[in-house]
Design a protein around this ligand. Structure first.
Ligand code: GLA
Length: 389
């Protein structure tokens, strides 16, 4: 994709002239540390070179006009700065409207409407954060157009606020943070309890990151995401009766074993075991990577999937089929679901000379078990959201 093409398309849709600017925001893949970001734990995501392109121009009035190349059947959707109510019928534009709304709530005054075109190559609902990508894209555009003095961490937090309050998905900070702060060839080791972070170079030598998309759609809103989050919050309240902790991320596996009886419900006990053990795995994975031990890193990815399958119960038949087929292939160092789960994608580390056979064999096995195809994407780790033209 190239930005000129989208600028041309913008001009034929809305007319040429004026200060037309273009932006890019990546998608993200999380290597390990799943469902830990709202539990004060660690995550280890990276930004992708796949993402969302946007072209925008300020208007003189207060109208907002949105067009997505991916949803061209919906045509141009109109709104206004005076009508920023969430509206289900306006589909994807709620992610953009939410960002306008959130900027206002946080004291960043927007007084001009916009014409906007976006086009993305992240598969929708795939668990690679197409929605956070669109939000951060809009925020980077507003920050740039108005010259707001706002760092990228604050920008990520505003996007998360928009998603939590406006779109009513109680997500953590991982997606918006990794998209706003990503760095080519690096993953971000982020402590979600205080947002301290380190970049970690991903050197896979003769191996590659391969994403497999199950093509089972996942809507965070409709999913069990908020339910899992509530289960963790309730359990934390129970644990607080006997422990001085602010989050599950403060517990080691051993500390958890000592106090687990206080959690009265067996299902919630499993949820907490995942939150605690996944955080510990993420710490160990970061360590392994620093020592160049990709084999151990891969084993921890596999263990992460098992915990998400058995304790957190967010995988489902499609993701389990993809991962179990991956584990059986030669040259696979590790494979797990990535993102919220309940459909979406898996991420695998595969030796370069085995990638072709990996994709072919897993695709076949998936089709036999599930009855429709999965899509495969060898991916690269890219930079954060930014202005590109
Ligand atoms: C979604 C959320 C993130 C995170 C993951 C699970 O992607 O947006 O905040 O909780 O699920 O790790």
């Amino acid at each position: 994709m190239n930005e000129e093409k989208w600028t041309d398309r913008f001009c034929s849709l809305y007319g040429a002239g004026g200060d037309i600017r273009s932006y890019f925001a990546p998608g993200r893949v999380n290597l390990i540390g799943e469902h830990t970001d709202y539990n004060g734990g660690h995550v280890f995501p990276c930004a992708l070179t796949l993402g969302t392109y946007g072209v925008a121009r300020k208007r003189k009035d207060r109208k907002l006009r949105f067009y997505s190349v991916n949803f061209s059947n919906m045509g141009v959707i109109e709104s206004s700065l005076d009508d920023l109510e969430y509206n289900r019928r306006n589909g994807w534009t709620n992610y953009l409207k939410g960002v306008f709304w959130a900027f206002g709530q946080k004291g960043y005054h927007i007084d001009h409407g916009f014409d906007i075109l976006i086009s993305g190559n992240i598969p929708n609902g795939s668990g690679l954060s197409s929605s956070a990508s669109v939000e951060v894209l809009m925020a980077v555009c507003l920050r740039d157009m108005y010259g707001f003095d706002m760092d990228m961490v604050e920008l990520a937090l505003i996007c998360q606020f928009s998603e939590n309050v406006y779109n009513r998905v109680n997500c953590g900070i991982m997606d918006q943070f990794s998209i706003a702060m990503g760095k080519a060839d690096n993953a971000i080791f982020l402590d979600t309890s205080d947002l301290s972070y380190q970049y970690a170079p991903i050197r896979l030598d003769n191996a590659e990151l391969v994403i497999a998309c199950s093509n089972k759609k996942r809507g965070l809103n409709d999913s069990k995401y908020n339910e899992r989050r509530n289960e963790c919050d309730t359990s934390l309240m129970e644990l607080k009766k006997i422990l001085e902790i602010d989050s599950l991320g403060e517990l080691t596996n051993e500390a958890f074993e000592e106090v687990k009886e206080i959690i009265t419900d067996p299902v919630r006990l499993k949820r907490v075991r995942h939150a605690v053990s996944e955080n510990q795995r993420t710490l160990e994975a970061f360590d392994a990577l620093n020592k160049g031990d990709i084999v151990r890193f891969g084993q921890l990815m596999n263990a992460s999937h098992i915990s998400l399958r058995d304790d957190y119960e967010v995988t489902g038949k499609e993701l389990d089929t993809l991962v179990e087929a991956a584990w059986d292939q030669p040259g696979v160092l590790g494979s797990r679901m990535t993102g919220a789960g309940f459909g979406g994608c898996t991420v695998s580390i595969v030796q370069s000379d085995c990638v072709e056979s990996f994709m072919k064999n897993v695709k076949e096995r998936y089709y036999q078990a599930i009855g429709y195809h999965a899509d495969f994407y060898p991916v690269h780790i890219g930079d954060a959201a930014r202005r590109i033209g």
